[in-house]
Design a protein around this ligand. Structure first.
Ligand SMILES: Nc1ncnc2c1ncn2[C@@H]1O[C@H](COP(=O)(O)OP(=O)(O)OP(=O)(O)O)[C@@H](O)[C@H]1O
Ligand SMILES: [Mg+2]
Length: 126
């Protein structure tokens, strides 16, 4: 399920794409079978919400650490590097990323990037 409005940011396109794919990949990976993932992009704030097991409050401070994976995630594929790379890319672009428990269960990732709803006048046309 998606709810999207364009947002123009200054960042390396490949790195930004990798970061978004990482967050989406986590949401899908931790979703129950046939679970839904809700994605929105509004005024530069992007949210990805899943209905998976969620993350314990005492584990949340570790999710951006390199190689950290919750004990319950160890049966699923992954190296624990994804979110550390996401955080680096987002901070490099002047933005923020946070994972929080979603109301009613699951996890919501909130990504904010400085930018504008229209392209800057000097942007090359693509
Ligand atoms: N949507 C989510 N729901 C539940 N736990 C999550 C979610 N996203 C991340 N986590 C927890 O944070 C850990 C770190 O996430 P990260 O993306 O860095 O690693 P990974 O997905 O395990 O491996 P990789 O991204 O390298 O393939 C996960 O292993 C998991 O324990
Ligand atoms: Mg991951």
């Amino acid at each position: 399920m998606t709810d999207l409005a364009p947002w123009y940011v200054r960042a390396e396109p490949a790195a930004l794409e990798r970061a978004l794919v990482n967050v989406l990949d986590n949401a899908v990976k931790f979703s129950p079978p046939r679970g839904t993932v809700e994605v929105s992009l509004m005024r530069g704030e992007s949210t990805v919400r899943d209905h998976g097991p969620g993350i314990c409050p005492d584990e949340l401070p570790h999710v951006f650490d390199r190689f950290w994976r919750s004990p319950s995630a160890r049966s699923l594929p992954g190296s624990g590097l994804g979110l550390s790379i996401v955080a680096r890319t987002v901070h490099h672009a002047g933005g923020t990323i946070a994972l929080t428990p979603a109301q009613g269960g699951g996890t919501v990732a909130t990504l904010r990037l400085p930018g504008a709803p229209t392209p800057p006048p000097d942007a090359p046309h693509s």
